[in-house]
Write a protein that binds this ligand. Structure first.
Ligand SMILES: [Fe+2]
Ligand SMILES: [Fe+2]
Length: 318
């Protein structure tokens, strides 16, 4: 953070909302105004926008930022190029589209997990995001590898939530049991499955499914798949899961599917207390315990990942 004391410098205000395009790279520096003659630089052209920090400023009530007058034109170009435009533009590379999608998702999850903001606006944002993910998966199944590589650059809770969503999305599509609308619900439920977590993600927290649905409030319908996934994703067909010890068919198909994606992602991720295992070993672990994991989902998982991905998804420690 640097302070610009140059009195000759002219700054123009820009809206916080216009900076949330999902594009991190900027061709202008961004400042916050402390007084008429004192502007502090928050984000630079060389490092780009850090969305976590941007949300921290937002949570403190900062809504207005500034750019230098001579860079205002590049700001306008940036602001007019929205995420939706970028995602459908033929001139933007697949990698850049996915990177922007990841960035948008991160913005969304920072709101949901860190800032405890959960309202109709966030739900609408999540639906739009999930639809973008579904569109990507439909057009290009190979996008999974790129998605997971990019996701692993974030914090673990974020990485885990998005990965479980992507795995669930692939499983739901592959089973062909679900309509497009149902796939969307599965993806949203998977993205939010752990959002009742308050303890570190690796710690056993028996309360988080209940806390998660409480956090939803009455924003999501009582019978919705999203709610079922959040509350039931640690239930087991044997009845030994939590929080209710539901058995077999008492557990929804969607929650069983997300449960498999959840464990699969945990096993193939390196954590501070244990190493990642290979996707093949993770599948053997899941398929070998039909009393814990739904056999149908486990079967689909082995069809989707056993032959295509041989190396574990390693990540840096967070
Ligand atoms: Fe969980
Ligand atoms: Fe989880």
């Amino acid at each position: 953070m640097t302070t610009d004391f140059s009195h000759s410098q002219q700054y123009l205000p820009v809206e916080l909302q216009s900076l949330k395009t999902g594009i991190r790279e900027i061709e202008f520096d961004i400042f916050v105004k402390l007084s008429d003659e004192n502007y502090v630089q928050l984000f630079s052209k060389s490092l780009g926008i850090d969305y976590r920090r941007l949300f921290k400023y937002e949570s403190r009530g900062v809504r207005e930022f500034h750019v230098r007058a001579e860079e205002f034109e590049s700001y306008l170009r940036f602001a007019s190029f929205t995420a939706s435009q970028l995602l459908v533009s033929a001139s933007v590379s697949r990698e850049k589209k996915i990177a922007s999608l990841i960035s948008l998702t991160e913005q969304c999850l920072v709101q949901v997990f860190s800032l405890s903001v959960f309202d109709e606006k966030v739900i609408a944002e999540i639906k739009t995001l999930v639809n973008h993910f579904i569109a990507f998966v439909e057009v290009d199944p190979g996008a999974l590898v790129i998605l997971l590589k990019l996701i692993s650059q974030g914090g673990y809770l974020y990485y885990h939530s998005v990965s479980v969503m992507v795995f669930s999305l692939f499983l739901a599509r592959r089973t062909q049991l679900f309509s497009r609308q149902a796939v969307q619900q599965v993806a949203i439920g998977a993205l939010l499955h752990d959002f009742g977590k308050t303890a570190p993600i690796d710690a056993v927290d028996l309360e988080h499914p209940v806390r998660g649905v409480e956090k939803l409030g009455n924003l999501i319908d009582e019978k919705s798949v999203i709610r079922k996934i959040i509350i039931e994703h640690h239930e087991q067909p044997s009845g030994k899961g939590y929080p209710y010890g539901l058995r077999g068919s008492e557990i929804s198909v969607e929650a069983k599917l997300v449960s498999v994606a959840n464990v699969f992602n945990s096993l193939i991720s390196e954590r501070p207390h244990r190493k990642a295992i290979s996707t093949g070993a993770a599948i053997d672990f899941i398929v070998g315990q039909p009393e814990v994991f739904d056999s149908n989902s486990a079967q689909v998982l082995s069809l989707v990942f056993a032959s295509s991905t041989k190396t574990p998804a390693r990540r840096r420690r967070s």
